[in-house]
Design a binder for this molecule. Structure first.
Ligand SMILES: Nc1ncnc2c1ncn2[C@@H]1O[C@H](COP(=O)(O)OP(=O)(O)O)[C@@H](O)[C@H]1O
Ligand SMILES: [Mg+2]
Length: 277
């Protein structure tokens, strides 16, 4: 059984513009899925439907076999931890530590103190424990919001643009942290380098699903990239150009590791050819 099943979700806002239409996919336990698409594609709307903050017009969200709409909302919500795109929508308690404790307290979880400590430590926000969250910088607020989600230890993390607005160090710390977590994750993002490091699978949406596969496969789909307004990381663009120039790259690498091994292979091959072997 899939840990998350999205079945035919559609939703429109009050003005009648459809935000998402007929979205269906399944996520297996432990899978890390990136949801990408241009601004206004419906990523945040999709997450608010999955988290149960909005009710779909049609379709169902099934978490661990329980549908969101059949009276099991509380049970289902307990499995889901949502990081909002804007940290100001998430943090509201007078101190950082109270803010991080709020979620676990609300769910009546055990060992609140331990959870808060762990979450602050893993997000590098221990020193901020007594600070007023609203006075922090955007990046720090974002880390605090992430700590609040982690403190609930949800089975499924819904992360809406988790790396946006973070400085390079905080961004790579966060990617490292998420990479080390054996947890099911859906992550809406424009940060394709983070996707390359983190995600097993990429779903491109623009109101409905346009692509569902690996980033490596998506990198070859120029039509799709253009249509969905997706910019590949510079690294991948470099390889794409070299490939167009006739260099014998078998695929377009999306991560530094891939790029290194693919470049070494091509250089070795050129060397062998030159030596007539
Ligand atoms: N609260 C809202 N009221 C009305 N329209 C909205 C609201 N939030 C989002 N929309 C519209 O719904 C569509 C999808 O938005 P959103 O889910 O925020 O996209 P994304 O997160 O991919 O940028 C857009 O056309 C957006 O303008
Ligand atoms: Mg959004």
């Amino acid at each position: 059984m899939s840990i998350l099943e999205i079945d035919g979700l559609s939703f429109s806002y009050e003005d009648g513009t459809p935000a998402i239409e007929g979205i269906s996919f399944k996520v297996e336990s432990g899978e890390k899925v990136a949801i990408i698409g241009p601004n206004g594609a419906g990523k945040s709307t999709l997450f608010s439907l999955i988290a149960g903050f909005r009710t779909p017009f049609t379709g169902k969200v099934i978490v661990n076999g329980d549908a969101l709409d059949d009276g099991s909302e509380d049970k289902v919500r307990r499995h889901l931890g949502m990081l909002f795109q804007d940290p100001d929508d998430q943090i509201f308690m007078p101190t950082v530590e109270e803010d991080v404790a709020f979620g676990p307290q609300n769910l009546a979880l055990d060992d609140i103190q331990g959870r808060v400590m762990n979450a602050l430590r893993s997000t590098g926000t221990e020193a901020l424990a007594k600070r007023v969250p609203h006075r922090l910088s955007h990046g720090m607020k974002k880390r605090v919001a992430i700590a609040g989600v982690l403190a609930m230890e949800p089975a499924i993390l819904l992360l809406d643009e988790p790396t946006s607005g973070l400085d390079p160090r905080a961004r790579s710390d966060l990617i490292g942290l998420l990479n080390g977590m054996k947890r099911t994750m859906l992550m809406a993002t424009h940060d394709l380098e983070a996707v390359a490091d983190l995600a097993d699978r990429v779903i491109v949406i623009n109101r409905s699903i346009m692509f569902d596969g690996t980033l490596a496969d998506l990198a070859h789909r120029k039509d799709m990239l253009e249509q969905a307004g997706i910019e590949l990381p510079s690294l991948s663009k470099l390889f794409s150009r070299l490939k167009d120039m006739g260099y014998d790259f078998r695929h377009i690498p999306v991560s530094l590791d891939n790029a290194t091994s693919e470049t070494a292979r091509v250089i070795d091959e050129m060397g062998r050819k030159r030596q007539g072997r």
